[in-house]
Ligand binder design. Structure first.
Ligand SMILES: *[C@@H]1O[C@H](CO)[C@@H](O)[C@H](O)[C@H]1NC(C)=O
Ligand SMILES: *[C@@H]1O[C@H](CO)[C@@H](O)[C@H](O)[C@H]1NC(C)=O
Ligand SMILES: *[C@@H]1O[C@H](CO)[C@@H](O)[C@H](O)[C@H]1NC(C)=O
Ligand SMILES: *[C@@H]1O[C@H](CO)[C@@H](O)[C@H](O)[C@H]1NC(C)=O
Ligand SMILES: *[C@@H]1O[C@H](CO)[C@@H](O)[C@H](O)[C@H]1NC(C)=O
Ligand SMILES: *[C@@H]1O[C@H](CO)[C@@H](O)[C@H](O)[C@H]1NC(C)=O
Ligand SMILES: *[C@@H]1O[C@H](CO)[C@@H](O)[C@H](O)[C@H]1NC(C)=O
Ligand SMILES: *[C@@H]1O[C@H](CO)[C@@H](O)[C@H](O)[C@H]1NC(C)=O
Length: 481
């Protein structure tokens, strides 16, 4: 807590005592105030404007039918930073209580880590991240994978982030999109919120508007449900028109990493990158009723980026997925399986390779798509270094198997429909198709409609026409704009 005045209003619900008072204690620690407050018999009502953090020790929570602590936080307003009071609210009520943010904007100026146990964060307004890029980069909290960064880390067990269908995070992404245009994974650009080292988490009716980078990630966590989750990254800079594939880069909806049992239900995404992405060591991942407008689709990966490391994606069931272009961004890929080349060039985030492992037991049933450039795409020689793209063809060490794709319909934007470019070194196995009916948007290169390299298809796998080809027409680099 920073030096200054903290106002605490303490409410007691005892018989015949209505109460409430603001005690202003300069330079005091939160728990001291609480102890002091509990000794006091107070008689004046809370002044409506002064207490920024009201604490009710015995609030009756109708939902749980129990009395628990309630912290109601109000913002300082204007450009003033709310970091200190925000953290204080978690300290007071993050263990067993409810933290309520009424409809207002709360400005957070630096990366922060908070903890919730048996607690609810009830947000009716917006947790808004300041736009001081230099400060955020200088204070950057590193994330181990790809040397990326995090803005807000939430840890704990049994907690809910409730956005009430009209609140959540406002990331001030515009400034980041301008700053990072044409540079993927630019150093220091932070993810809006991370569910980290957590268990039994619900993120509900929650929005992330203008995320700075990836809107969210689940790290080393299990039993996490995102229900009614909305992400929207929109580019407002007029200079961006015509360059829209690059300007909204890295605005992923949510990624999973070293996590088990994560579910996305009733999700809507608009942006310029992965709607959902499964990074190394994601298992038991579910998605139902997810609609993605623009970007690079549903990504299985990237994976296998770290030499000598064994990664996995295991046990995935996705159903009822809709993939559409947005007014700002094409839908570049539909279902995109992406593993790195088999040897290392450069270092992460944009270089690397040589990792192994497996992606298996993946079932995607029920996808509707419109004008997707590469509807079903498996790439096994990934690198983000433009000078080295395609070099590691056929060297990939990551093993894809037992992938079932069913009930997939709609249109592609160009000639490609199915493009499975598996590695000769590590061929794909057991990929099956059932009721896959995607109409190509163009017919001037029918030889690339269905391409299958190093995967046995033809016969019992549900796709009759699929043949090897090394054509790079409409390849990863050819499609611009
Ligand atoms: C929060 O900020 C946004 C954008 O600056 C503004 O449109 C909105 O009215 C503010 N909300 C409140 C409750 O002050
Ligand atoms: C929030 O989510 C719950 C459970 O998913 C749902 O019943 C409720 O209607 C939602 N509330 C709002 C305001 O969206
Ligand atoms: C998976 O997580 C959900 C909560 O999202 C929980 O209800 C369910 O029991 C978990 N399943 C397993 C097998 O752990
Ligand atoms: C995303 O936000 C933009 C700008 O407000 C809006 O035009 C667009 O409809 C939104 N997309 C979705 C899917 O809600
Ligand atoms: C799918 O999700 C959207 C967005 O949350 C929601 O409006 C719609 O009711 C959901 N559909 C079903 C069938 O649950
Ligand atoms: C993923 O799990 C494997 C097997 O347990 C382990 O060897 C590897 O280090 C893990 N990967 C990461 C990125 O932690
Ligand atoms: C293939 O994956 C499915 C889940 O999608 C699983 O039920 C099945 O057992 C797997 N098959 C094999 C042979 O492992
Ligand atoms: C495809 O959809 C139909 C109708 O909804 C369903 O009966 C069938 O099980 C689905 N196919 C697969 C392989 O899941």
């Amino acid at each position: 807590m920073r030096a200054g005045v903290l106002s605490v209003a303490f409410l007691s619900l005892g018989v015949g005592s209505v109460v409430g008072s603001a005690i202003d204690l300069a330079l005091a620690k939160g728990h001291d105030i609480l102890e002091a407050a509990s000794q006091l018999i107070v008689s004046e009502p809370i002044p409506p404007s002064s207490p920024l953090l009201e604490i009710d020790e015995s609030y009756f929570d109708v939902e749980s039918g129990t009395k628990r602590k309630l912290c109601v936080l109000h913002p300082k307003g204007g450009e003033e930073l709310d970091d200190d009071n925000f953290k204080a609210a978690f300290e007071h009520c993050g263990n067993g209580g409810i933290i309520r943010l009424p409809d207002a904007n709360y400005t957070i100026g630096s990366p922060l880590t908070t903890e919730l146990n048996n607690a609810i964060l009830d947000v009716h307004g917006w947790i808004s991240f300041s736009s001081d890029i230099d400060h955020w980069v200088a204070k950057r909290v590193p994330f181990e994978f790809q040397n990326l960064a995090l803005a807000w880390i939430i840890k704990g067990t049994n907690y809910v982030l409730e956005g009430n269908g009209k609140g959540g995070i406002y990331g001030n992404g515009d400034v980041w999109y301008n700053w990072a245009k044409d540079e993927g994974n630019k150093y220091g650009r932070p993810m809006s919120f991370a569910i980290s080292d957590s268990k039994n988490v619900v993120v509900r009716n929650w929005s992330v508007i203008q995320p700075q980078f990836w809107a969210s990630i689940v790290i080393r966590s299990e039993n996490v449900l995102y229900k009614n989750y909305y992400v929207n990254a929109t580019q407002y800079n007029p200079e961006a028109s015509g360059h829209f594939l690059n300007w909204l880069q890295n605005t992923d909806g949510c990624d999973t990493y070293k996590s088990h049992n994560v579910t996305f239900e009733d999700m809507v995404y608009q942006g310029g990158d992965d709607c959902l992405a499964l990074k190394p060591n994601s298992s038991m991942i579910r998605a139902r009723n997810v609609t993605c407008f623009g970007g690079t689709g549903i990504a299985f990966g990237s994976i296998g980026q770290y030499k000598g490391i064994v990664d996995y994606i295991d046990d995935v069931e996705f159903t009822d997925i809709t993939l559409l272009p947005s007014s700002q961004h094409l839908m570049k890929n539909g279902l995109y399986f992406k593993s790195w080349m088999g040897y290392e060039i450069g270092t992460p985030p944009n270089g690397g390779g040589g990792g192994s492992g497996y992606g298996r037991d993946i079932k995607v049933d029920g996808v509707k798509m419109k004008d997707v450039i590469r509807p079903i795409y498996l790439q096994s020689d990934l690198t983000y270094l433009n000078d080295h793209r395609g070099e590691g063809h056929d060297t990939g060490l990551f093993h894809w198997s037992n992938i079932s794709l069913s009930n997939i319909s709609g249109t592609s934007a160009l000639n490609r429909v199915v493009w499975l470019d598996c590695s000769k070194q590590t061929p794909c196995k057991d990929i099956t198709f059932d009721h896959v009916k995607i109409t190509p948007g163009k017919d001037d290169a029918p030889e690339i409609h269905y391409v299958c390299n190093n995967v046995v298809l033809g016969g019992g796998d549900g796709l009759d026409a699929c043949h090897p080809s090394d054509s790079q027409k409409e390849g990863a680099e050819e499609v611009k704009g």
